[in-house]
Design a binder for this molecule. Structure first.
Ligand SMILES: Cc1ncc(C[n+]2csc(CCOP(=O)(O)OP(=O)(O)O)c2C)c(N)n1
Ligand SMILES: [Mg+2]
Length: 311
């Protein structure tokens, strides 16, 4: 079992960590807005009942964790110029996926009517889980989505499929701890047996242990840590733990751990290249419009581009 790097380890600069935190908070705001708000997206006035959605579908629980991971993936993908994709598995993760795509600008590229201003935010918030709008989980309308979130259990299978399809790709696959209790996901931990660590793409699995499946307890978050580590090691994975509740400490841990994981992968998959760092000059599929080829465009259009994980 590998513990998260010491929180004092300098991997990202203080300024970078501040910017990651700002992204995370903005994504959290955009997520809450989607779940609750019908109007007044910038909360210019004191809240009134007519500003709120009369019926709520979707839930907050998994969202801050997804936003946290996504914000950190943005840093490593940009810093290392990764060709990466993020697959969002946890139930009702839709608000986070949409919020981050909106922050990136890719949501408005695909849906120009959802503009990047107050009117666009109103539309973004109103459409979420609303008649005539979009689903409460990740759906095909989310730019880059290849994993339909409505039926739990397939995130890892889709992640491995993407890595088998493209040897240049690094797939960050976020698995919900409730999702992990489905049969499909439980079996998918074995997909590493099909992957050639050197020749295929890489899968970084991020198990999001928020402790719950909606409101019920999720057991992978409640078994002793040693037992969880032994379970994952038994499947052939190398677990890293990032845990806590203080955002400042967590940001530092996550940045350092992601760097450690990606350095490990680059030692297994050395690539040529002229850019600084161990990675060849590839594009991130998270920035729509920067993709290099129709093939990679097609891939990005199917995958919820974001980024996180370990081989
Ligand atoms: C196959 C399947 N079974 C049950 C559900 C109902 N369901 C929706 S979200 C959820 C909990 C998922 O837990 P987790 O992945 O941990 O997400 P979180 O609750 O933390 O957001 C369940 C059981 C579903 N969508 N698909
Ligand atoms: Mg959960």
């Amino acid at each position: 079992m590998i513990h998260a790097r010491d929180a004092d380890t300098r991997s990202a600069s203080d300024e970078e960590l501040d910017r990651i935190d700002a992204w995370w908070r903005a994504a959290n705001y955009l997520s809450v807005g989607q779940i609750y708000l019908l109007d007044d997206p910038l909360l210019r006035e004191p809240l009134r009942p007519e500003h709120l959605k009369p019926r709520l579908l979707g839930h907050w629980g998994t969202t801050p964790g997804l936003n946290f991971i996504y914000a950190h993936l943005e840093r490593v993908i940009t810093a290392r110029d990764l060709n990466a994709i993020c697959i969002v598995g946890p139930g009702h993760g839709g608000p986070a996926a949409v919020a981050n795509a909106y922050l990136e600008g890719t949501y408005s590229e695909l849906h120009p009517e959802v503009t990047r201003d107050e009117d666009g935010m109103r539309r973004l918030f109103r459409q979420f889980s609303f008649p005539g709008g979009i689903g409460s989980h990740v759906t095909a309308e989310v730019p880059g989505s290849i994993n339909e979130g409505g039926e739990l259990g397939y995130s890892l299978a889709h992640a491995y499929g993407a890595a088998l399809d493209d040897p240049e790709l690094i797939v960050f696959s976020i698995v919900g701890d409730g999702e992990a209790e489905t049969g499909a996901l439980a079996a998918s931990w074995h997909s590493n047996k099909f992957l050639d660590p050197k020749g295929d793409g890489a899968v970084v699995r991020i198990l999001h242990l928020n402790g719950y499946k909606i409101a019920g307890p999720a057991f992978l978050a409640r078994i002793p840590r040693q037992e969880l580590a032994a379970l994952l090691e038994g499947y052939g994975h190398r677990p890293y733990f990032v845990e806590g509740s203080d955002p400042e400490v967590m940001h530092r841990q996550m940045a350092a751990t992601l760097d450690e994981v990606l350095d490990d992968i680059s030692r297994i998959q050395p690539r040529g290249g002229t850019l600084p760092g161990p990675w060849s000059p590839r594009r991130s599929s998270c920035h729509a419009g920067e993709r290099e080829s129709p093939a990679s465009r097609a891939r990005g259009a199917g995958a919820h581009r974001s980024r996180a994980g370990s081989r």
